[in-house]
Design a protein around this ligand. Structure first.
Ligand SMILES: [Zn+2]
Length: 695
């Protein structure tokens, strides 16, 4: 039997740890002494990892290592810690000077779109790799781990030194069968990157790649389940927008990998080393968007990882925040890759172990509520896993431009106190080419009665090309163009002037975007006569030259707000501003007909806020992603129910009433929760609002 899932912790810690052969006994002794003290529930053993990886794992090495894994599993069982296994490679992440053919003769390596060949990373169709993997993964499965993790190298991009592929002889031959004639790599790549309307080969090739990967993960799962039917498969992934590069179809991929068992998911939180708290906008979104793509019964353990494993790379405070974000956003567990793969004792850097133990009560109390089934509320972000089928490329576009749009839309809303979600909501947002693959029926649903849609210039242009200009209040909008190339140059600022939309005369936002060293693009827009122009782009004399944003209610009863900036080239640090918060929050309030699920304001910047609705309560939270503390924080919630006394989560993990909290009715159908204290970056705020049972 595979070892059972731990049940003691709501906030489930899974430590990922390598035990090199030369320090195995010492590392194991330390683990058995320290894991209970750290509050760790599960050990995920990494095999043949990073610096001391052989490249492709030699079978005789793995046979010699297997008894150690069995001894470790039994030692963990004695202290009540679950055992899982994480081979460091599947096909391989990178070559780093290794040659896979040293241990797997006849291995066919991956070939990049530019013809570069790996020496170590294997094409998943390689017969030699499959024969080798069958024997190797059988050895792994014989240790009966609870979860056997498949790394994110199970993809067709980022296998250093190649970027995109595989375009090996076998991949090309299979593609040739699909199109009925032999095809060369340069001919295929040129078709994939054809500017403008996508070449029909693009979808054919993306579909072929995706089918091959589905078949490859089914192959892995079947090896495991032949030996250990109760072991679950786990998937580390690289973010759904990136997986559009290879055309991943998430449902069949997940089905093939799960092979009838519970599937585990390890979404990346990135920020492998600490740069800015603002990196958490990506981290939290990665949890949400990966969950959106996977089946609803998937178990999540996020990836909290520190490279290279000391506090020089990442502080304990930053590590804690990644853990807290994981649990606040509903993940069942965290995987913790905090210590090196060279056998250095964990207690050489004791701060991490102390952190895990100290924060467990708080995280348990948070996870006990946040992991319950419910809905995260906000503005709806759209994601289309087939975006790369439809994306129109500019001349000279690189392969990487097949990745999906959308991250700036998420970040610019969250930074201004407007939470986002991938669940259906009344107000949706789209930027760039995100809607290009949507059917007319899907688009009409976004534009229909009582709906609200927030668009950037390029998304508005896409809808006009599709014949929906009339429904978004736009007579015409030119393709977004770099601001200094427009005939009407120079344009210097956006004047947010409309008093009903957060504006006033000479309320100016810079067009030096996205930062001091860059320039934005914008679309010259001709609004419908009944659209309200709420801002203008102005010249150095302050003259209003082109509409900057429009608000329009269409004949179906849907509302649309178009921002004539191209967010992909405009969004960055200079975009953010208190006036921008007023612009965006007012837009969302208007689009939702004053029923936005949550808007956050206060004396602070860079909020990361959330609202989760559970059957009888609402969970609210605020992470402060600035070094200055937040003060006088206000949460404005649309809700017609009657609240009971709100409860604040204390640092030691207790939900309790607090004089810092006050809850009062706002405008009709709203509640305003105020927090009168300071919210420093390292002490996020969590509040529960219980709702009275309706009469
Ligand atoms: Zn290949």
């Amino acid at each position: 039997m595979a070892s059972p899932a731990p049940t003691s912790s709501a906030a489930w810690y899974a430590l990922r740890r390598t035990l090199p052969v030369w320090s195995f006994a010492e590392n194991l002794r330390e683990l058995t002494a320290c894991l209970p003290r750290y509050g760790v529930d599960e050990l995920v053993v990494k095999v043949d990892t990073e610096e001391f990886s052989h490249g492709q794992v030699p079978l005789d090495w793995a046979r010699a290592y297997q008894p150690k894994l069995l001894a470790l599993r039994d030692a963990l069982a004695e202290i009540g810690v679950a055992y899982s296994l994480n081979p460091w490679i599947t096909v391989g992440h990178c070559d780093r000077g290794r040659d896979g053919r040293a241990h797997v003769p006849h291995l066919r390596p991956m070939v990049g779109h530019d013809g570069t060949e790996c020496t170590c990373c294997a094409c998943p169709l390689s017969t030699a790799w499959r024969e080798h993997t069958t024997e190797l993964w059988t050895l792994y499965a014989q240790t009966q781990p609870r979860v056997l993790w498949v790394e994110d190298d199970i993809r067709t991009f980022n296998h250093e030194p190649i970027k995109f592929g595989c375009f090996c002889s076998e991949h090309l031959a299979r593609f040739g069968v699909r199109v009925g004639r032999p095809v060369t790599r340069p001919e295929l790549v040129a078709a994939l990157l054809q500017p403008g309307t996508p070449h029909p080969w693009r979808q054919l090739f993306l579909d072929l790649q995706s089918e091959i990967m589905n078949e490859t993960v089914a192959f892995l799962a079947q090896i495991v389940h032949r030996v250990s039917p109760t072991t679950s498969l786990g998937l580390m992934s690289s973010g759904p927008r990136q997986h559009c590069l290879e055309g991943r179809r998430w449902a069949p991929f997940a089905r093939a990998l799960a092979d009838g068992a519970t599937l585990y998911s390890r979404p990346p939180l990135a920020n492998y080393w600490e740069e800015s708290l603002r990196g958490f906008y990506y981290s939290h979104d990665s949890i949400k968007i990966t969950r959106h793509c996977l089946p609803p019964d998937t178990v999540e353990q996020t990836e909290v990882e520190n490279i290279p494993f000391t506090r020089y790379s990442k502080s304990t405070a930053f590590t804690f925040l990644q853990m807290a974000i994981s649990f606040a956003y509903g993940s069942q567990g965290v995987t913790l890759n905090l210590f090196d793969h060279a056998g250095t004792p964990m207690e050489n850097e004791p701060a991490f172990g102390r952190l895990l133990a100290e924060k467990k009560p708080l995280l348990n109390a948070l996870a006990a509520h946040a992991s319950r089934p419910g809905a995260y509320r906000g503005v709806q972000l759209v994601f289309d896993e087939s975006a790369s089928h439809h994306r129109q490329l500019r001349p000279g576009a690189g392969y990487g431009e097949l990745a999906a749009d959308g991250e700036p839309a998420m970040t610019l809303l969250e930074t201004h106190g407007i939470p986002t979600t991938y669940s259906p909501e009344r107000v949706a947002v789209a930027m760039g080419q995100q809607l290009r693959g949507f059917s007319d029926v899907q688009l009409l649903a976004l534009l229909g009665r009582d709906r609200g849609l927030l668009l950037d210039a390029t998304a508005a242009r896409t809808l006009c090309e599709r014949g929906f200009g009339e429904l978004i209040g736009v007579e015409s909008i030119a393709p977004a163009q770099m601001v200094d190339d427009l005939p009407s140059r120079p344009l210097v600022a956006e004047e947010l002037h409309h008093p009903d939309f957060g504006g006033a005369d000479k309320r100016l936002l810079t067009l030096t975007l996205p930062n001091l060293m860059s320039r934005p693009s914008l679309g010259v827009l001709a609004p419908a006569p009944s659209a309200r122009v709420v801002s203008h782009f102005v010249d150095p004399e302050g003259r209003r030259i082109h509409p900057g944003a429009t608000a329009y209610e269409n004949r179906l009863g849907g509302r649309v707000y178009v921002h004539a900036l191209d967010w992909a080239t405009s969004y960055g640090v200079a975009f953010n501003h208190p006036f921008r918060a007023a612009q965006l929050q007012t837009a969302v309030r208007w689009l939702s007909r004053d029923a936005a699920p949550l808007l956050v304001s206060g004396d602070g910047v860079y909020p990361l806020a959330f609202r989760k609705d559970l059957p009888s309560e609402t969970l609210l939270g605020l992470f402060n992603l600035s070094l200055d503390p937040w003060q006088d924080t206000q949460f404005t919630l649309a809700d017609t129910r009657q609240p009971l006394t709100p409860l604040l989560l204390s640092a030691d993990g207790h939900w309790q009433e607090s004089p810092l909290l006050s809850l009062a009715p706002g405008t009709s159908g709203h509640w305003r929760l105020s927090h009168g204290g300071r919210i420093p970056f390292d002490a996020p705020l969590f509040v529960r609002i219980p709702w009275a049972a309706s009469a």
